[in-house]
Design a protein. Structure first.
Lengths: 356, 356, 356
């Protein structure tokens, strides 16, 4: 016998393969190690003190230096790709993303996704799938919980449409849901000379705009190393033969790579906003390619106290990343769309120590 | 005094420097760390569950998450390069490669090579050297044992030829020699949702062909980072000044990098074949260069039970990697040679859990 | 309110912001992890045995495999950049750099700089600032101490000039100051087959020149990954948009990256010179760019015994690195300047075991 067995390879789910209410257990648990923290640092140059130094983390109240929030996010996200978005036409958005538990080197992350929304498109070629994905650690504790929706191709346009269902999503994560992954912070130990800035919660006011000044050029090797680190298998990031024939003629950079770059750049202006507590929503406005240089700026949307916590406060931030354009004039929405330089429009909550 | 001392630098051995029966102890012991596991993951995107996750490895019977078999191989191989193949014209092949002991983060690998074959070529310019190389850990246990043969230049074409001797090599590693590096596997704990596939030993039959579908484009930075990680010093991989004047005009990618890429791609179709137990032989059919995209397919050559083990079985696999050509039509040998896209033809044994 | 807040972002110090005698505490403590050692290895291919292998390090007398000296240097140096050299026109030199304490995985490094020299330039546009920077570990022990001087722009050319002051700097670090970071070495355990060379202290004589033979081509992704690993934020290394409009039209490679490359290449000829004890001085003669290939050679300037130590001796080395030119003919100073291939002229002390 000498026969091809395409059935052994993962073809990914098509729209009609999703059932409302089903929970998909994703493959490949992944232990986050010291080496992953080092690689994350080398890929983005992040400088937030608790993630950078054991001594700083322990001094302020962490049991150990935590894994960067976005590294945990990317690893959980990566697991969902083979099951959720291998046949996706577009990653439409995410919402209600809450970081519930700090992740430390040695922790092993797994992921599941529950199908919470299905709606066929009017062209009957595709549909929108909403999933609530959860990352958990080796003790079964949920570390991360978020909703993502993608447009997925149908295998057979004639297959019947499911009852349309779209979940209700909060416009933002409520302040009561922030801070769960953050231990009580000893503010006196949060040394501003070491953390890189004297600016604390009280120094930021709603409406304020901050240009993060610095720029970072991205190379093919870098974004592929990062995306493989996350075990994200989406072929658009890796396969020049297929992408060379595609819409852009080249490999697309994983959107999460852009978020991590923007976050690392935001240190210059938001050095003490050390923890991402939630992502309210985000749009990858335009694709990023190797050779492009990423810049970023942020607006303080809201500065909010956290119920029961006088150690830290929440800054709701809108961070916009651009390509090949410094952000001194804060490029953003423009008419119906965006300034052509904009690649990312991210809405999230970061935590920062209070002064009093 | 102001004199050049070329004698202090390693010139490598020429054909006449090898003595039949001598054992060479290679330099630079190397501790494999958590960081090496992370880098290996980032360089290839490997997803085999026991190597990816502590919790999975421990659940099925490993004392810890093992270092990827090919990472251990590359590190041992790298040590042999300065002594064995610095003056090699060609790396002709390997055989009888057995993985004898699992390697864990914290283990330190050393290597020795015994000269087991010598045969001058008829042109008297070079000769073929066979070595049996062994990698051992800090306890002196052999973790890896394999034969490699290379064509090595003579320093002086007039130096006398040794008695020709070529070792007998097995066509394949016997099934009784497989599984030594694999602890008893608790099949009930080998969760197929986490490992990425329900296909176990019984699902594969001899003759079956599997297209691994995905492609991976390689960049200069990636293959050099990998090859340095293995402390492999062969200048063809690193030195554009010398290679720019050479046969190809550019840096060659280390053949082992192609093996690791093909192995990582093979996850899509062979997700549960978690351990390479032996390499029967392999040919680097054509060179790979930066910018090329690697694809792979595998044929099941043989599916064999292991004496005394009902937990796992052995799949003898022939994995073929191509460049810039998807493998849906299984490109391979063609007339006297190979389909021009083929870069690797590898024959190895992988272990996979049995269902019963 | 919707207002830009440039004040929250670091603009760096201008010449008039430095006060003689002040001590600057730099931001971002950094824990060096196993993963950083792995990345360093992957970026440079270093092969010095104590840094490569736990077993070798412990056998000769270290409590653990130490972090590469230059990795510790780069991390300390990186911390000083935002405060000292963000507005630097030129990095003029360093001197009196002493490695005082070995650094091990798990150690956290912090840095301070004392302003020890200030001298306005005659054009009143800029001035020269000397700082003595110190890196310390989590126990407050100084691990590294060095002087650096940079030319820094003035914010306002009309601001008054400080009293000119230039520190006295030693031409070289005294032999009595070497060896503090090196435990007593058990020479009998320093196995030359494992370390890669039989050449010990007694085999090197002043005046001797060694061509390190090998060459290493550098890619953009590699030097950026390295420089971010060190949290060095100098924009010339990262931002193609700004550098594209600059003097060279491209990103400059961090000078420390060249030092680490030259050091790794020097293994071929200086395999047993396992520890950098001091840097006497160094000049980055010309910039290095991606695509360039680095070669190196060294001259033994002096071979000196260390007071009270019969285990190790000091080699004062001058290592010259070139780009795109092999070093068989030892290119160096030439008339008023240098051979056009030269990029680095480094003067340092390395320690090497004594035979008797």
């Amino acid at each position: 016998m000498s026969e091809a067995s395409p059935s052994k390879t993962a073809a990914g789910r098509f729209f009609e393969d999703f059932r409302l209410g089903e929970t998909i257990r994703h493959a490949t648990p992944r232990t986050l190690r010291d080496g992953d923290a080092s690689l994350y640092s080398a890929l983005y140059g992040s400088r937030f003190a608790p993630q950078s130094a054991e001594s700083f983390a322990r001094a302020i109240g962490y049991p150990a230096s935590p894994i960067d929030d976005m590294l945990a996010f990317h690893v959980v996200f990566g697991k969902t790709v083979p099951d959720v978005s291998l046949n996706a036409i577009a990653n439409l958005g995410y919402a209600d993303c809450r970081f519930l538990k700090a992740v430390y080197p040695g922790d092993t992350l797994c992921a599941t996704s529950e199908v919470i929304g299905l709606k066929e498109n009017s062209n009957r070629q595709s549909g929108v799938v909403h999933v609530r994905s959860k990352g958990s650690n080796q003790r079964g504790e949920i570390v991360l919980d978020y909703v993502r929706w993608v447009m997925v191709r149908k295998r057979d346009p004639k297959s019947p449409a499911p009852e349309p269902k779209a979940p209700k999503l909060p416009e933002k994560v409520a302040v009561g849901d922030l801070g769960l992954a953050c231990p009580p912070i000893d503010r006196a130990a949060f040394d501003p000379a070491l953390s890189g800035s004297p600016r604390m919660f009280e120094d930021y006011v709603a409406g304020e705009k901050i240009d993060h000044v610095d720029g970072m050029t991205v190379e093919e090797a870098e974004h592929m190393i990062a995306t493989r680190l996350y075990q994200n298998t989406a072929k658009v990031h890796f396969n020049q033969v297929s992408e060379g024939r595609g819409r852009f003629g080249r490999r697309l950079i994983y959107g999460g790579h852009v978020i991590s770059l923007a976050r690392a750049l935001s240190f210059n202006g938001l050095a003490n906003a050390f923890h991402i507590a939630a992502i309210n929503g985000g749009r990858h406005v335009a694709p990023l390619f190797a050779g492009d240089t990423v810049f970023a700026w942020s607006q303080i949307v809201e500065a909010a106290g956290l119920p029961g916590r006088n150690d830290i406060g929440g800054l709701r931030l809108r961070t916009i990343a651009t390509k090949d354009k410094p952000c001194a004039d804060f490029p953003e929405r423009q008419g119906e769309g965006y300034d052509p330089s904009v690649v990312l429009d991210l809405d999230y909550w970061a935590l920062i120590p209070r002064r009093r």
